[in-house]
Structure formats: structure tokens, C-alpha cells
Design a protein around this ligand. Structure first.
Ligand SMILES: *Cc1c(COP(=O)(O)O)cnc(C)c1O
Ligand code: SF4
Length: 336
């Protein structure tokens, strides 16, 4: 018999999984055995910001549980249709900072590079749900961004953002990383992504190879909000990543009904550490229209932060911060 390498077909193809994501909330609700009439599902909310979730993530949701913290993050709800004072389409007014390229430069040393407007999942609390991606993404804007980087020796770190930067494939990402590392004063690369959390198969050997091959010191910041999102599948997929010495961090958003208690955040920090990931930030909600029902009051957030501090070693304690327009850094909750 002719010997051949083992079949590869059984390796999950993340692109296929991505294309098979649920886009019809009713299909998901049927799968979860939930009655759309009884649980506050609002088709109108899905018109404003489309519904989208991977099958992998949908399978982590408990059936027949309307208050499931994972379901709440993705289900278009009637509450999104209520207007609330202080909640706006673009709370951070980021498009004001548009410079005609893919960069968002608000802080010293580091800039956001908007790689794509697409995501694998649509999080109902997303502050960029109305973001004018067309003003930022595209080949021309990316090339202009790199020209701008070349001209500004102050920039040491490029943060890939979006949307989700990992929706682009490994070849495109490799090409982008090579262009960035050709800028001599750039020394660090950071990737902010929720994709591995909702599709662990995205952590391909090819992606890791791209990041190991670059001279840039690389940080991957995952966006995990709830301990049940730290699955065995994600932990397994991260093993080669932590062995390769990349820095793995997490940021969460503090969300009412999802993770607004110290027990849940304590468990999150512990499970992250088990997976080789350190807690970085817990963000207070950015006040985007349609997300008021997720807001946790400052008083409650402070209580949670203090309680959490008594439970965890310092290195597992995330920084509680919020974004304040015009401030040169994420403002600590204690100072806000
Ligand atoms: C959050 C953010 C960063 C990164 O801030 P760090 O505190 O370094 O994590 C950079 N640029 C923009 C525009 C941001 O919103
Ligand atoms: S993955 Fe991030 S950018 Fe995409 S919808 Fe969720 S919060 Fe928004």
C-alpha cells in the first residue's frame, strides 16, 4: 500500500463553521426549546442590528433557560427598542477621529487598526454596533494607514481591531503582519478578538505560525465575559499558543444578568488562568443605544470590584475601567 499522510478532512474548517452560523433567531430558539413569544425576543431589534451566532457558541447555551447568560448576550430583545437618556448610537464618537485611513489613534504609543467590520457573533451590547466601518476598512485605507504609521515614529504598538480582525484568513493576516513589521519603530502587535471564544477552531496552526514568525512581540487579547465561555475546546486550542510564549490576556464587559456578581467573575479569572490567560480589563458598558438593560450602576460595579479583590490573588484581579471621551487612557472605575 502506498503510505500517505493522515487525512486532514476531519480538521474543522473554521471558515465553513463561520458560514454556517445561525442568522435566524427563530431557528436558534427552536433548537433551545424556547417560546419566542414568552422570552422578550424582538424581530425589530434584529433589523437594527442583525442576529448572528456560531453553532459552537449556541451549543453552550442551556436549553429551556430564558435567563441563560450566554443567550442574553446574543438574543435581540424588546428592551433594545427602548430609548434611554445618555445612550447614543456612537457613545465614543470614534468616527470623529476618522482620518481617511484604517487607524484610530486616541492614545499615545498605540493605535487601533480596523481590519474588518465583520464578526462571527453579534453581541447585543456592542458599542460599535453602528460604527461606520466603510470609513475605515478596505485596501486603500489600509495602505494609507501603513503610510501614516511609517511617518509617525511615536507609534510602538499596533492593535488589530474591528469588527473582529480574525475573520480575515491566515494568508491575509500574514501579509498584514509582514507589512507592519517592515515599519522599524513598531515593536508590538496586539490582536483583540472574540473569534476564538465563539469558534476555537479559528486558532489554527497557520495563524500561530504567522505570529511566531514575526519579530513583533505579540499579545492576544480574548473577549470572554462568562466562565462558561472558557470551554475544554478553547483550553485545548490554546495549549500550543501558551507554549509558544505569546502573551494571552482577557477583557470582559460588565453586563447585568450576565456576569454582574463577584462569584461569576471569580470563577472567570480562575478558569482563564487554567487556560493560560490572564485577566486584563473588566470594562464598564459603553452607553450605546439599545444596551441600557445591560448597564450595571457605578455603585454596584464598585461593590463587585471590592468584593472580587478580597477573593483573588492580585495577578488574577482584572482592572475595572471605563472609556471616557477625551481622556488619554481607560479610566479606572475608582477614579471615575
Ligand atoms: C482601548 C483602546 C486602546 C488600548 O488601550 P489599552 O489601555 O492599551 O488597552 C487603544 N486605542 C483605542 C482607540 C482604544 O479604544
Ligand atoms: S465580537 Fe466584538 S465587535 Fe463584534 S459584535 Fe461582539 S463586541 Fe462587537
Amino acid at each position: 500500500m502506498i503510505s500517505r499522510s493522515p487525512p486532514r478532512e476531519d480538521r474543522p474548517d473554521w471558515r465553513r463553521e463561520l458560514s454556517e452560523a445561525y442568522r435566524d433567531p427563530l431557528e436558534l430558539l427552536r433548537m433551545l426549546e424556547l417560546d419566542s413569544e414568552k422570552i422578550g425576543y424582538a424581530p425589530a431589534a434584529a433589523h437594527l442590528f442583525p442576529f448572528r451566532v456560531t453553532r459552537y457558541y449556541a451549543n453552550l447555551i442551556e436549553p429551556r433557560t430564558p435567563a441563560d447568560p450566554l443567550l442574553l448576550q446574543i438574543l435581540p430583545q424588546t428592551q433594545e427598542m427602548l430609548s434611554a437618556t445618555g445612550f447614543e448610537a456612537e457613545p465614543l464618537a470614534e468616527s470623529r477621529d476618522a482620518q481617511g485611513n484604517s487607524l484610530l489613534a486616541k492614545y499615545q504609543q498605540r493605535v487601533l487598526l480596523m481590519v474588518s467590520g465583520a464578526c462571527a457573533i453579534h453581541c447585543r451590547y456592542c458599542f460599535r454596533r453602528s460604527f461606520p466601518y466603510n470609513d475605515f476598512v478596505g485596501h486603500r485605507r489600509l495602505s494609507d494607514a501603513i503610510t501614516r504609521l511609517e511617518q509617525d515614529p511615536e507609534i510602538k504598538e499596533v492593535i488589530l481591531s474591528g469588527g473582529d480582525p480574525l475573520v480575515i484568513d491566515d494568508a491575509a493576516l500574514g501579509e498584514l503582519v509582514r507589512r507592519l513589521e517592515a515599519v522599524p519603530h513598531v515593536s508590538r502587535l496586539r490582536i483583540h478578538s472574540r473569534l476564538p471564544v465563539v469558534l476555537p477552531s479559528r486558532l489554527t496552526p497557520g495563524l500561530l505560525e504567522v505570529l511566531r514568525a514575526t519579530r513583533l512581540r505579540t499579545v492576544l487579547v480574548l473577549h470572554i465575559n462568562h466562565p462558561r465561555e472558557v470551554t475544554q475546546a478553547l483550553g485545548d486550542a490554546l495549549i500550543p499558543w501558551r507554549q509558544s510564549g505569546l502573551t494571552l490576556l482577557n477583557q470582559a464587559v460588565l453586563l447585568r444578568g450576565v456576569n454582574d456578581d463577584p462569584e461569576t467573575l471569580e470563577e472567570l479569572s480562575e478558569k482563564l488562568f487554567d487556560a493560560g490567560v490572564l485577566p486584563y480589563y473588566v470594562h464598564l458598558l459603553d452607553r450605546v443605544s439599545g444596551s441600557a438593560h445591560f448597564e450595571v450602576t457605578d455603585a454596584r460595579a464598585r461593590e463587585i470590584e471590592t468584593d472580587l479583590r478580597t477573593r483573588l490573588p492580585g495577578y488574577l484581579m482584572p482592572r475595572f475601567v471605563r472609556e471616557v471621551n477625551g481622556e488619554p487612557y481607560k479610566v479606572p472605575l475608582a477614579a471615575a
